[in-house]
Every structure is written in C-alpha cells, then in structure tokens.
Write a protein of this length. Sequence first.
Length: 91
Amino acid sequence: MGGIAGVRLRAELDTAELPPAHGARVEEAVRGLSGRSPTRPPHPDAFRYEIDQIDDPGSAPVSVDERDLPPELKDLVERAAESAEIEGPGR
C-alpha cells in the first residue's frame, strides 16, 4: 500500500472472506490491472497501492495509483487500510 511521507503500510485480505460475487469481481479487477501501464504521471501526494495475488505465485505484484484504482477495488483498499500495519526496517 501507499503511504504518507514515505511511510509504507501493509495489509493482507483474503477474497474468500468476501461475499462470493464480490470476491470474484475483486479478483477479476486485480487480474485486469496486470500488464497495464499508468494512465498518467503519479501525483506526489497520492497513495500508490501494490497488490499481490499470493494464491497465484506466478503472478507479479500489480501497482496502481489511487486515481487509477478501479471501483471494484476501492472497498478492498478501504478494508485493507483498517487492518494495515506500518512496515519499516526490521519488520
């Protein structure tokens, strides 16, 4: 996840814990981000999210600027922010 003033936050969510239809939409939205280039330069104060599909070890992490976050992923990011932990040296 992105951070403020260089602070990085980390959270894990399992789409299996979402209602089945919602989890499927979230997974499809994440797959849709793979290989996509940013549509505009990053904003210096914007959050940038990195999404890993840990159940698919062959997939590369996906990065997306908050302005380019698909609507299907906004709920996922909000849920992740609620349980996020600060990631720092030695963590």
